[in-house]
Design a protein around this ligand. Structure first.
Ligand code: PGA
Length: 255
C-alpha cells in the first residue's frame, strides 16, 4: 500500500494591480506581525514591480512569493513580458497562470497556459492554474464540463508526478470580485470533478477562489476537496487575509 500524501492547506493572495512598493512594504510588515498558524502554506502575489521589495520585507518569514503571470520563454523579443528565470532570481516560488482576467483581457488560451505550466515546472516554480466557468456556462449547468476541459488542456503532456506538484484554483468567473461566492458544497463537487479529470491531481492542492473572505472561508475549507483559497480583494487587508489563513489551520487532507 502506498503511503498517503498529505495535502497541506494553501492560502494565496492575488493582489492583482494593487499596491505600490511603499504599500507593499507596509502590508508585508503588518502581515509579519500576525501569528500565522503552523501547517498552512501562505503565498502573496504582488505586482511585478513590488516583488523584489516584498521579498526583502518578507525576510526570514515562511510566507512565499508568487507572481501573477509569466511568459513561457526563458528570454527573447517579448516586450513587456517576464520570464521564469527573472522571477526565480527575485525569490518567486509560485506563479498564477491562466487567471480568468488574463484569459479575458490578454487572450490567454488553454494551449498557452499549458506552455506556461511546463515552463514553470522546468524552472521549479509551482504553477497555480486558474480555471472557471462563465455565468452563462454556470446557468447552463456546464461548469464541470468547462473546468475539466481547461484542466486537461493545462496539464496536457505533463507527467502525473509533475501534475501532483501543481496547484489548481477553481474560480467561477461570476464569483470573482462580486461578493457572490459559490456555494461551498457546489464548489466542492466541481473541484472533485477536476481532481478526477487529470492523473496526478488526486495528490495536488486544489483551491477555491471567488469572493472568499474571512466570513465564509471556514465553510469552504471544511470541504473534503478544498485545500485552500486564491484570495483577491480580501488579501489586500491584513486582518481579513490573516483570518482566512487562520481558518485553514488543521485543514490538511490526505489522499
Ligand atoms: P476575489 O478574487 O477574491 O476578489 O473574488 C479572486 C481572484 O480573482 O483570484
Amino acid at each position: 500500500m502506498k503511503a498517503a500524501v498529505v495535502r497541506r492547506p494553501l492560502i494565496a493572495g492575488n493582489w492583482k494591480m494593487h499596491k505600490t512598493i511603499a504599500q507593499t512594504r507596509d502590508l508585508v510588515r503588518d502581515l509579519r506581525t500576525r501569528a500565522l498558524p503552523e501547517g498552512v502554506d501562505v503565498v502573496i502575489a504582488p505586482p511585478f514591480t513590488a516583488l523584489a521589495c516584498a521579498r526583502e520585507a518578507l525576510g526570514s518569514s515562511t510566507i512565499a512569493l508568487g507572481a501573477q503571470t509569466m511568459h513561457e520563454g526563458a528570454s527573447g523579443p517579448f516586450t513587456g513580458e517576464i520570464a521564469a528565470p527573472m522571477l526565480l532570481e527575485i525569490g518567486v516560488s509560485y506563479v498564477i497562470l491562466g487567471h480568468s482576467e488574463r484569459r479575458a483581457s490578454c487572450n490567454e488560451t488553454d494551449a498557452g497556459v499549458n506552455r506556461k505550466v511546463r515552463a514553470a515546472l522546468e524552472n521549479g516554480i509551482v504553477p497555480i492554474v486558474a480555471v472557471g466557468e462563465s455565468e452563462s456556462e454556470h446557468v447552463a449547468g456546464r461548469a464541470i464540463e468547462r473546468v475539466v476541459a481547461q484542466s486537461r488542456e493545462a496539464f496536457s503532456g505533463v507527467s502525473p508526478g509533475d501534475v501532483a506538484r501543481c496547484v489548481v484554483a477553481y474560480e467561477p468567473i461570476w464569483a470573482i470580485g462580486t461578493g457572490r461566492s459559490d456555494d461551498p458544497e457546489q464548489a466542492d463537487g466541481v473541484i472533485a470533478a477536476i481532481r478526477g479529470a487529470v492523473t496526478g491531481l488526486a495528490h495536488a492542492r486544489l483551491l477555491y477562489g471567488g469572493s472568499m473572505k474571512a466570513e465564509n472561508a471556514a465553510a469552504f475549507l471544511a470541504m473534503a476537496n478544498i485545500d485552500g483559497g486564491l484570495i483577491g480583494g480580501a488579501s489586500l487587508e491584513v486582518a481579513s487575509f490573516a483570518a482566512i489563513v487562520a481558518a485553514a489551520a488543521g485543514r490538511a487532507h490526505a489522499s
